[in-house]
Design a protein around this ligand. Sequence first.
Ligand SMILES: Cc1cc2nc3c(=O)[nH]c(=O)nc-3n(C[C@H](O)[C@H](O)[C@H](O)COP(=O)(O)OP(=O)(O)OC[C@H]3O[C@@H](n4cnc5c(N)ncnc54)[C@H](O)[C@@H]3O)c2cc1C
Ligand code: FES
Ligand code: FES
Length: 1340
Amino acid sequence: MACTTQSDALVFFVNGRKITEKNADPEELLLSYLKKGLRLSGTKYGCGIGGCGACTVMISIYEPTSRKIRHYPANSCLVPICSLHGSAVTTVEGVGSTKTRVHPIQERLAKCHGSQCGFCTPGMVMSMYALLRNHPEPSMEQITAALDGNLCRCTGYRPIIDTCKSFSGEKASCPLRGTGQCCLDKQADVSFVSFQMCSDLCNPEEFQPIDPTQEFIFPPELMKMAQQQPKRTLVFHGERTTWISPANLYELLDLKAKYPKAPLVVGNTSVGLEMKLAGVHHSVIIHPTRIPELHVVSNTNRGLVVGAACCLAQLRDTLMKVVLELPEEKTKIFRALLLQLKTLAGEQIRSLASLGGHIASRGSTWDLNPVLAVGHSVLNLASKDGTRQIPLNDQFLARHGNADLKPKEVIVSVLIPYSQKDDFVSAFRQAERRKNALSVVNSGMRVLFKPNTDIIMDLNILYGGIGPTTVSARKSCQRLIGRQWNEQMLDDACKLLLGEISLPTSAPGGKVEYRRTLLVSFLFKFYLKVLAQLHQADQEESQSSAKYPDLSKKNMSALGAFHCEAPQGVQTYEDVDPAQSPQDPVGRPIMHQSGVKHATGEAVYCSDIRAVDEELFLAVVTSSRAHAKIVTIDVSEALKVPGVVDVVTAEDVPGKNGTDHEQAYAKDKVICMGQIVCAVVAESAVQAKRGVDKVKIKYEDLEPILTIEDAIKHNSYFGKEKKIEQGNIEEGFKSVDEIIEGEIHIGGQEHFYLETNSVLVVPRGEDNEMDVHVSTQDAVRVQELVASALDVQSSKIMCHTKRVGGAFGGKITKPAFFAVVAAVAANKTGRPIRFTLERDEDMLITGGRHPFFGKYKVGFMNDGSITVADIECYINAGCTLDESELVIEYVVLKTDNAYKIPNLRVRGRACKTNLPSNTAFRGFGFPQACLFTESWIAAVATQTGLPHEKIREINMYKGVNLTPFKEEFDATNLAKCWNECMEKSEYYSRKTAVEEFNKQNYWKKKGIAIIPMKFSVGFNYTNFHQAAALVHIYTDGSVLVTHGGIELGQGIHTKMLQIASRELNVPLSYVHFCETSTVTVPNAIVTAGSVGSDVNGKAVQNACQILRKRLEPIINKYPGGKWEDWITEAHAQSVSLSATGYFRGYVANMNWDTGEGQAFPYFVFGAACSEVEIDCLTGDHKNVRTDIVMDACFSINPAVDIGQIEGAFVQGVGLYTMEEIKFSPEGEQYTLGPDTYKIPAVCDIPQQLRVYLLQNSRNPIAIYSSKGMGEAGLFLGCSVFFAIRDAVAAVRKERGLTGTFTLNSPLTVEQIRMACTDNFTEMIPKDKPGTYKPWAIDIA
Ligand SMILES: Cc1cc2nc3c(=O)[nH]c(=O)nc-3n(C[C@H](O)[C@H](O)[C@H](O)COP(=O)(O)OP(=O)(O)OC[C@H]3O[C@@H](n4cnc5c(N)ncnc54)[C@H](O)[C@@H]3O)c2cc1C
Ligand code: FES
Ligand code: FES
């Protein structure tokens, strides 16, 4: 029952502009309001659930009691507009703009090359802006904390950190300082110039200082409103929900009595997610943030009292202050809470989420609750019936009747007690990513000893992540009271614990054995920590006695968790010839052509295109079965939903419904979960979604095939087997010293481009013409598919792509189907259709990198030379062909990586299954194929006992060589990269240091690995390399360049402008790029395969050279003239100032019948050395340092190329160590957003990331002797995988486990922990595979 009073006017400010919303809808979130209501498109949608940071804005509020303004970053996708009454919102547009003044943060981010696709950039700017508003000279720790909640899929973060560091009070020293390579060293090499990081990719001297007058001042009107206006209840009525914001506690309690089911929404980080993901609806929402009692922070004699509406960032700041002020013995609980708060979510969520909300929502993995409970915290409750206090204990957390809140009660504040002298408190958590990831398991542990003894008086242990609620080891703890704190106690405690806390084999979330292991691993850490503290306390009190022994060296290493430090970088490249004209931009680190616009939010992406008259919104209904016949589709209820205009199905497609291999709309049958069955079009996106929920589909289930194993069993493949063979395999095996055999499974990868798929289709109203604005890598494919679906000629379909917010191969094939879905709807309704996928839909429908399974049989000599290998590769293609046949071809062709194996047979099959269809992904099979190769190389090293780098060196290609398919290439630069990487990384001395470290540390281990790479660029067909360009010179001298390549963030247009500038000999500022369109450059080849800039560059060069040739007579006649005059003269002489350029393509052809050919135009060589440290008890790892040497030849733009290398490398680190796609046994994908799928964040990049471009290398076949850098770096991420493997090997060796072992990819925290076998992994209950239904299946 909703309150019936009239709606109040909602008043808030956005970028200094007053907004008075008379009809504020409580269901409206700030992000959509900014975009639709205010037409501010700078703030981006990346996930809608607070996990990516793309939507970050800054909110400022005036707190009348403290008279302070609080600025904080917030995820606008979670902020209800009704919560903003009296607030000032700053969006990226308000920070600065090219039309007014670009803010120093925006300027530096662009100049430091901190944006590629630019889609995450406004969010990054806002996080930095909020940081600097609060801390004008932030520390490194504050910088990394501020960026915790922002994901970037392109850059690898290093340049973003550099930008932030330029504002820091702490000046980092260059990692090369003292090596003789830093410019600050006297004997410096001149190619190194310093910008903290010893990089001259940008020039800090050009940076504008912060100008405080540029910042928005907090609107005085809001200040007045807060100070002077009498507080009264505010009510906002929406279509379905009423929002009530009471003015005082009395009113709040009254409301809670009246609406006991209404949630109290503070941060909306829990309620908002339920509404979005679980479709929960509330007719009344109470917003209690204006009540002073809920904001109290006070020190009492029992402890700290913190108001329930205080946000977690405020709690952190308060605790940080208090721990400095109070004696250490009183603050042990506070310190444990601080530890959790450091890693809990990102700064935006910490700034929104309230302590009361955290406690009341009590998610099983919420991190603070176990600590608050072991600390005996108390909840101060109030209701109309009065006040009371209840303990925040395990009973409360388990929602047991008497221990819980009553429906009419609210939490007013929380008492967090002081600890006592004999208290020992610790907090633990382990997540799939160290920061901004929910825990897999967390824990709070506390022991109280009898004074001056180690006899347990009280013990509390709680775990999160084990069941649906936080659980307590209550019984075990009670049985341990009175025991001494020694090993026997620990032993018994582990047994008791494992007996008391059970985790079913099919528990949601999986990782069952890992989670069980963490229970006892955490306990062991706690045990040691307490011992160490007992010893320390003992020492401090009685210097001489040794009542409690010191921890053994062996055990010391179990203590301490890894922390995230601000990474440092080095980038070196070859400078241009000093004689090169300063105007000529080629070879210089020119800023991304859209860099500033990315940072100001002015860069327009498909979904930012302004509303078109009469446009409709489309949402899709997808299959809920992996394999089934469609019996009926009932759309009658959907059509009744207000605003729904129509439902579109396969029957509405006038022409061809997709391709020969894949349908746009499923007809008769579905072949995977997530397949599009029909589409609902409505006046708004919300209405379309409501319509989707009403469509009823009846299925008749068919047997699905989901895994590679199943597919092999059922002989379910696409195409024929692909095979290459050289030498004689059978003979080879007869003459070797040893043979080993093995298998490896490599998981897939989500593209996780920050911009989800988006298309806007606008019928032109005559001749069946249609404009298709689409986020794609292949506009021509979109054009062809839409034309054939509508049964019109391609010339009637105009595709336009301004830029794409990240693609990585994921936007080659799939966008064409989305465009068909939308175009058919536009054709049926006659109205424009907008279709932007939500993150979960995008991840559900689009597939990703192919999961891989490989089997090897390898023969080698005792000296480590591998003479024969028989290799079988399988990829899980999913339900349609897509690019899978090509991917398996590449797998087969590229498997040799950097090694010459005289007798080699590689066979590959693409498995057809009932999973979403997998597609192209950066590296296109190479990252899987060569991780596999490096794994059997590692297995040979382990078997021979020889160093891994030696096996690699012995077997590496040397000099001029032939690939297994007989393509000639020169491997000289492979050796150069390898040797330089060895030298730059100081491999041998660091390897010795790693070994030394490992001798000293039992529970932490380091590992180091160096990996070589031979990566083939481009496609195995000549016509795939053709490219065209169109260059116009206008009579004012300005130049418009158009070409067939699409800007995905890889800087292609920047390079094209550089090329045009050089070829026409005009300043860069004269040259412009507008959009890629099928209207200007027809029949363009997909932008992919690392050759986009190569081939389009040749076409642009060709067009410019044609124009220059036409101008030459005039230039020669007026040699001292100006460009503008020459152009005027040319026009006067009727010289055409427009030219098309063309490049026929590199020659490439592969003959699969003979297994021979010139498959690829050229190769990129490289090497990477990585060092890691692992925590054997939790599986956590820290990336210590990576050195990459890459043979980029002459780089057209070193900033762009190094950006590609770093970004790809970090994406590779994600692939090999972190990113896991999970499917249910029925084929349902679980991992559908940043909450369940973890890509690397700021905390995951190596603390030192050094990239060196090989000097004096040239590639005569490519433009200006350059090389394509788009994909190669990804594979080098596997150096981290092998460094972890090295660390795990050290663990296993120390524990007497010799011989080869297999580690599958990704090497997640779970895999690492379970590979480090010890007492704890031995003691946990094990479940026999096949005896239970697992939560998730292994599809690789
Ligand atoms: C992207 C993301 C990442 C996250 N990461 C982590 C993480 O790493 N670790 C972690 O521990 N948590 C994490 N969380 C969860 C987060 O801690 C909780 O969602 C948050 O603390 C809830 O607070 P809130 O103010 O937003 O609650 P709301 O959503 O506003 O409310 C939640 C519930 O609490 C009730 N409630 C609120 N205040 C009171 C009160 N005073 N009295 C009685 N009931 C009240 C409401 O009725 C409602 O039912 C994450 C959440 C998100 C969205
Ligand atoms: S869109 Fe808001 S955090 Fe991702
Ligand atoms: S630049 Fe960060 S996601 Fe593309």
